[in-house]
Design a protein around this ligand. Structure first.
Ligand SMILES: Cc1cc2nc3c(=O)[nH]c(=O)nc-3n(C[C@H](O)[C@H](O)[C@H](O)COP(=O)(O)OP(=O)(O)OC[C@H]3O[C@@H](n4cnc5c(N)ncnc54)[C@H](O)[C@@H]3O)c2cc1C
Length: 461
């Protein structure tokens, strides 16, 4: 809880995965000498889930040890920083309410009065997204996650004709991994678009190479077919049943005994509905003069949190609240590399805001006029294009300490790891696809496991 009796600053990060941990690490590097800073990471799971490696762990049991990384060494021993295990239920202007988690489950019906209150001066929302399992699991315990993964692997072993519905990056990787690990099983990927991985800014040659790679490795790829399988959905995304899947516009029927639903990314931003400007701020929208409505902070289609280039929420009343990674609108294509970059940008901006407050307290005034009615207004009113010149000891350069950094969406390096030996990759600089070697070097062999275990200061198992 924030220490209101002193001038300690409490930074709270929600979600301890790619974005959240990158933010924590950057803050630690910038603020290690500050005794008046406390960081709390709130996370519902007992270990960090490295979802990028999930499909390899699905087909290769001994790889599963890479998936959940303990938080034990994230913060230095004896530091005031801590991990708080809990499910964030509500966000307010200066605190969050968190449901405790016991034995991997949280009491969903717990009344607000029994939730834990954690105050903050700065907040970073990094609670990510849900992608149908076995990519991500709607659970709070690594033990349960490993058990579910074992169950799904057993289903693959018991099946002969496997159908995957959805040919985005996840469906493509899932089909490739299954076919490589179980070459004797038939694997069919059905996609409703004319091309696989049909994301903005990726060249046709890359999409075509993904299709060619899978086909060459024995996966049947069926495009332009929208099929519905009874009972198969985002929530029930792995189903073991005998199914005859009829293709539209032809007499063909695909027989299958195991189906995966691999469509769509979803964010849960319900916890923002309680957010309101602090009473000493005007709660009226400047343009329309209507009362504040938290709904305006969300993209109406995706429900992602709208952020400014500085990654602060897109409203003047919340310059002390940031959103990063999949939960935010910061990147057109949500990726873990984007979440990491955004986490680091948010951390640098928070450091700048803290330094600015310190300077102000010490009587040094920046050149803009401060409006005392808006006590946080001064925190985010200027962004510069990109200035990453902050040094790691004091967090700002003298030239730019009163300007926040504008986040630049990362150049999308897309690597489709289809098996341990290769896949297809798209390098933005060169603008085209590359095959096995690039994919293997960049991702396929260990799926970034070494990097993210190191980031958590943990020896690789
Ligand atoms: C199979 C697969 C392969 C991928 N491959 C790549 C790749 O090669 N390159 C790439 O860049 N990206 C890849 N991605 C995408 C990447 O994994 C996501 O973009 C990334 O996970 C986003 O990170 P994040 O930190 O925003 O959120 P997440 O990884 O979703 O993490 C959110 C964290 O918040 C916690 N949380 C959520 N809600 C709450 C709550 N209410 N209270 C407390 N804690 C909460 C969760 O437990 C989790 O730890 C891949 C994804 C998958 C599934």
């Amino acid at each position: 809880m924030a220490d209101t009796s002193s001038n300690k600053k409490h930074i709270v990060i929600l979600g301890g995965s790619y974005g959240g941990v990158a933010c924590v690490n950057k803050l630690l590097r910038n603020l290690s000498k500050d005794s008046n800073i406390e960081i709390t990471l709130i996370e519902k799971c007992d270990a960090r889930y490295h979802c990028v490696a999930s499909y390899r762990a699905l087909v290769q049991k001994d790889f599963a040890k890479n998936l959940w990384i303990p938080y034990t060494n994230l913060f230095p021993k004896g530091s005031p920083h801590r991990i708080h295990r809990g499910l964030v239920r509500n966000i307010y202007n200066d605190h969050v309410l968190v449901a405790p988690i016991h034995d991997g489950t949280s009491e969903s019906s717990l009344p607000s009065s029994e939730l834990q209150r954690i105050n903050f001066d700065y907040l970073v929302i990094a609670t990510g997204s849900m992608i149908p399992s076995p990519a991500k699991w709607a659970l709070n315990s690594s033990t349960e996650g490993l058990r579910k993964l074992d169950d799904a692997r057993d289903l693959i072993v018991q099946s002969e004709r496997i159908v995957i519905i959805g040919g985005g990056a996840c469906g493509v990787e899932l089909s490739g991994e299954i076919k490589y690990a179980f070459p004797d099983k038939s694997v069919t990927l059905i996609h409703d678009m004319p091309a696989l991985v049909d994301y903005p800014r990726f060249p046709e040659s890359f999409k075509e190479e993904a299709r060619r790679y899978l086909t060459n490795h024995g996966v049947e790829v069926i495009l332009n077919q929208r099929v519905e399988v009874e009972g198969l959905s985002r929530e029930n995304s792995v189903q073991k049943a005998e199914r005859s899947i009829k293709l539209q516009g032809s007499d063909r029927v695909i027989q299958s005994d195991l189906q995966f639903f691999s469509i769509g990314i979803k964010v849960d931003t319900g916890f923002l509905s309680t957010l309101e400007p602090s009473p000493n701020k005007k709660a009226l929208d400047k343009k329309t003069q209507t009362p504040f409505d938290a709904e305006t902070l969300l993209n109406p289609k995706t429900r992602a949190v709208k952020v400014r280039p500085t990654l602060q929420l897109d409203h003047d009343a919340f310059p002390h609240i940031f959103a990063i990674g999949d939960i935010s609108t910061a990147d057109p294509v949500p990726t873990c590399m984007a979440a990491v970059a955004a986490g680091e940008t948010a951390a640098r901006n928070i450091v700048k805001l803290i330094r600015k407050e310190e300077k102000r307290a010490a009587g040094h005034h920046p050149h803009y006029v401060h409006n005392p009615q808006h006590d946080h207004q001064h925190l985010g009113d200027e962004a510069e294009s990109v200035d990453r010149s902050d040094d790691e000891t004091n967090g700002y350069s003298c030239r730019s300490w009163n300007k926040l950094e504008a986040y630049v969406p990362v150049q999308t390096l897309m690597v489709l790891a289809m098996n341990p030996t290769g896949g297809v990759s798209h390098l933005p600089v060169v603008g085209s696809w590359f095959g096995n070697l690039t994919a293997k070097l960049a991702k396929s062999s260990d799926l970034f496991s070494g990097r993210f275990w190191r980031e958590m200061n943990m020896p690789r198992p």
